[in-house]
Design a protein around this ligand. Sequence first.
Ligand SMILES: *[C@@H]1O[C@H](CO)[C@@H](O)[C@H](O)[C@H]1NC(C)=O
Length: 183
Amino acid sequence: MENLVFVQPIRLVFILLVLSPSFCRISSKDASLVERVCKRTMYPDLCVSSLRSNPHSAGADVKGLARIMLELFRDKATDNLVQVKKLQKMATDPVIQRCLNVCLIEYGLANDTYILAAFKYFESNLMADALTNTGWAYDGVETCEENFGEEHRSSLLTARNNHAMHISHIAEDIMSILAEKSF
Ligand SMILES: *[C@@H]1O[C@H](CO)[C@@H](O)[C@H](O)[C@H]1NC(C)=O
C-alpha cells in the first residue's frame, strides 16, 4: 500500500503528457468517439466492447463515457465483494480464509467508500480527486490479488480481479482526458 501515494500522481502526469490537447475538441456527434477515446486507454478492445454493450454510450460525450466505465467498475466491485463473501463460506483452509478476509476489507472499502467518493468528485468535475479515489479502489483490488501470492496460495479471484483492474484503468484513463481540460 505504501506506493499508492506516488503511483497515482505519476500515472496521472504520464497520461496527461501522452494525451494530445486536440482530443478535447472531439464533439459528441462524432460517430467514432468511442473508438477515439478508447485508443487513448490501456485496453482499447475491452474499452470499446464495454462501452458498446451499454446503450447509453451512443450519443454520450467523453464525460458520459467515463461515467459508464466508472459505473461498470462499481458494478464489478460490488459483484466481486458478493463473490468474496460466498467464497468465505466455503473456504476451509485458514490461510485462504485470511486472504479472503483481505479481499473482503479491500473490496468493502472500494464498494462502500472509494468508488462512492470517486462518483461524488466526478460529478463535481473534481477529476484529480475522482482519479485518486478510483486509484485507491484499484490498489485495493491489486492488494486482494497479490495477497494470495504472498501467502503462497493460488488466487481464487484472478479473472475477476484482473477484469476489475482493467475496467478501473480504462475509467481512470478516460477521466484523465477530462482532467486535462481543467489544467
Ligand atoms: C456496496 O455499497 C453500497 C453503497 O454504500 C451498499 O448499499 C451495498 O450494500 C454495498 N454492497 C455490498 C455487497 O456490501
